[in-house]
Design a protein around this ligand. Structure first.
Ligand code: FUB
Ligand code: ZN
Length: 679
């Protein structure tokens, strides 16, 4: 284990262990508490199909069937009582519930729901021990492990439907995706609890996969249709020091995109010519070898998971050309394909990246998982090279396009995160059916809520990374950190007013030790002040202020990043946003909602030069800073036809109230827009 870490530190930094971070931040602690109190227990019910009116998951049930648990127990009369599957309208609902037994139900990747759940549980347990929850997780792990086959294989879809088809459809059938999530969950659970049952299961599955795939003679040269195994294998290598996992990750990364395309071998019926072929490969980022890819394309979650895996391999092997490929793809995303909210995926067709600057607001896909994947990618890029550009994007996605994925009470979720909504369009216009005007309790394809849970409950590992001589503060998240410096404990206590004010206090108790604090200077503040670092060596590099000194008994560094209201414009190539502004303050993007500003938001304009008024208010009992700006509302002319000769519009002055984007749709179904016409 040590070996993997020390090698990695030569090439950058690593996240702090969650066990060394005590989160005190009022903002993020609240989100984590919501995950712990609401999302994790709710999700457990969902995994067991016990949520009234919600699409069944079939997840734990599939594991029980695969492990033949019920069959054995039935003989002893102690069978688990299966819920009554009465929900209609779910594509995988069995025709005849009588024949539920011994069949697989749900999406092919349903196993991953458990893995994401257990990963979130692990992060939560690392910070908030909870024996009851740990017992539930241990029992769930027993069920999952009972399904593992003699040879290490562990994917319920093929265990139930026939092992002869194992790895026969890598393109569509998510076995390696489920393996990836299983491994992420297993490592997290081991790191949090020290229990290795699931980790051993993941390793056995990894060994099975490693024996099957690779460039050696006789092995299969396939790779995942939905990426994640790449970063999971890197994590397994980090946890175990077993080199073959890193080798397998590198193989999956490098094999993708080679011609002839592996997926064509699997699916000869799909082999066609021309652009269609190109598009088919792009969906899976398999159109070119990854080092030659210059543009982020295809399914957005798959893409950012791949890039995260590439960054892992680049860091762990010191591979410069792979890092440069990551940088090119990163720049393409953030300069041409990312919403101001940190959302990615401009089109619902293929849940994909669209062409450059195509960022429609009302048909956006911007899947919560895709922004989460962007954060994974950003953190890995930061680990290789601490450049605040990556952390700025991480912060943007976290406070906006990711948080919007969950209701303020933690009880409902968005899959798609649009930047403009007219509810009637969502109900009547097929092109917008993917856009929901209110959050949903659950989804048959439940990828986003558990992904949110695992990210939010591990926020500390995105805020801080370290190497031998530096502690990097990428996000200002109030926490108490314990860092070992030359064998001695050093405490770093961070108090932060983010996202509502930019005041940060950092107390360092590390007498007698020397290390650097690298403090990110956010891109949204023009200037900042720092106090308390007078006796230190300071310098700024790549958007970080480095403070280096022999630390005294207790020292205080105070930073102030002024949070001005800023009206932002999009690049001129973004057709949808021309003549419009988005209101921002610090890391938070704001929006207009009908609840505060009335219907027909398309008729309002904001006066760009008006003096903003920032107010402390509550939205659904949650404290928040709202912003008021002057503007105007075009008056509707009664009795007008569909078209009329031009005349100057009648406008009346209005005060416009903006709330943080992530809070929208918490007061029922109503209109919302981020980009507002400016005058
Ligand atoms: O395919 C698994 C997950 O389902 C993807 O990551 C999401 O985009 C959704 O399609
Ligand atoms: Zn998702």
């Amino acid at each position: 284990m040590e070996k993997a870490h020390s090698m990695e530190k030569e090439h950058g930094s690593v996240p702090l262990s969650l066990r060394d971070i005590k989160l005190t931040d009022s903002f993020w602690k609240n989100e984590m508490d919501l995950v712990r109190r609401e999302v994790i227990p709710y999700q457990w019910e969902a995994l067991n199909d016990r949520v009234e009116g919600a699409a069944p998951s079939f997840c734990m049930r599939n594991f029980r069937v695969a492990g033949k648990l019920n069959r054995e127990k039935k003989e002893k009369g102690t069978a688990f009582e299966e819920p009554k599957y009465t929900f209609r309208g779910f594509e995988a609902l069995p025709e005849d519930p009588e024949h539920l037994e011994d069949q697989f139900y749900g999406f092919v990747f349903q196993d991953s729901d458990f893995s994401k759940w257990v990963e979130a549980v692990a992060y939560s347990l690392a910070q908030y021990p909870d024996p009851e929850l740990e017992k539930t997780a241990d029992e769930a792990i027993d069920v999952v492990c009972a399904a593992q086959q003699e040879d290490g294989y562990l994917d319920t879809y093929y265990i139930i439907n026939g092992r002869d088809k194992t790895f026969s459809n890598l393109r569509d059938h998510h076995e390696l995706y489920c393996f990836g999530h299983l491994t992420e969950g297993a490592v997290a659970y081991y790191e949090a609890t020290g229990k290795d049952k699931l980790l051993k299961a993941a390793r056995r599955f990894a060994d099975y996969i490693a024996a099957h795939f690779g460039e050696e003679e006789g092995k299969c040269r396939g790779y995942p249709g939905h990426e994640i195994a790449e970063m999971a294998l890197a994590r397994l290598y980090r946890a175990t020091g077993e080199r073959k996992y890193l080798e397998l990750s590198r193989f999956f990364v490098d094999e993708r995109g080679k011609q002839p395309c592996y997926f064509d071998r699997e699916h000869p019926e799909a082999v066609k010519k021309g652009g269609e072929k190109e598009l088919r490969y792009q969906y899976h980022q398999a159109h070119l070898p990854v080092r030659e890819q210059k543009e982020a394309v295809g399914h957005a979650v798959r893409a950012v998971y791949l890039y995260s895996g590439m960054a892992d391999v680049a860091q762990l092997t010191g591979d410069e050309s792979l890092y440069r490929a990551c940088e090119t793809l990163w720049n393409n995303i953030v300069n041409e394909k990312m919403y101001i909210t940190g959302g990615v995926g401009g089109t619902h067709v293929g849940e994909a990246f669209s062409y450059s600057y195509d960022l429609p607001n009302d048909t956006a896909y911007a899947e919560t998982c895709a922004s989460i994947g962007l954060v994974f990618f950003a953190r890995r890029m930061l680990q290789i090279r601490p450049d605040s550009r990556y952390a700025d994007v991480m912060e943007r996605a976290l406070y906006n396009g990711i948080l919007s994925g969950m209701a303020l009470d933690g009880k409902s979720f968005f899959y798609v995160n649009p930047l403009e909504v007219s509810p009637q369009a969502c109900h009547k216009d097929e092109r917008k059916f993917h856009v929901k005007p209110v959050r949903q309790k659950w989804f048959g394809c439940a990828c986003c809520p558990p992904n949110l849970a695992r990210l939010l409950s591990s926020i500390g590992s995105y805020a801080y990374t370290e190497n031998a001589d530096t502690l990097f503060v990428h996000l200002y998240v109030g926490s108490v950190l314990t860092k070992k410096v030359e064998g001695q404990d050093a405490d770093v206590c961070i108090e932060s007013g983010f996202p509502w004010n930019g005041n940060v206090k950092i107390r360092v108790r590390a007498k007698g030790s020397r290390f650097k604090l690298a403090l990110r200077i956010p891109d949204w503040c023009g200037s900042y002040t720092v106090k308390g670092a007078e006796t230190a060596g300071t310098r700024t590099m790549d958007g970080y202020l480095y403070v280096e000194k022999d630390w005294e008994e207790e020292e205080l560094i105070e930073l102030c990043f002024p949070m001005e209201v800023r009206l932002m414009m999009a690049n001129d190539n973004v057709r949808e946003d021309i003549g419009r502004v988005a209101v921002t303050r610090g890391p938070v993007v704001y929006c207009l909602e009908e609840a505060d500003n009335g219907k027909d938001l398309h008729l309002v304009s904001v006066e760009a030069a008006s003096e903003p008024v920032v107010r402390d208010e509550t939205v659904c009992q949650v404290p928040v800073k709202t912003i008021e700006l002057s503007g105007s509302r075009q008056e509707k002319t009664e009795g007008q036809g569909l078209y009329r000769p031009w005349s100057a519009a009648c406008k009346k002055p209005v005060r416009l109230k903006f709330i943080p984007y992530y809070m929208w749709a918490n007061r029922g179904e109503n209109e919302m827009q981020v980009w507002t016409r400016a005058e």
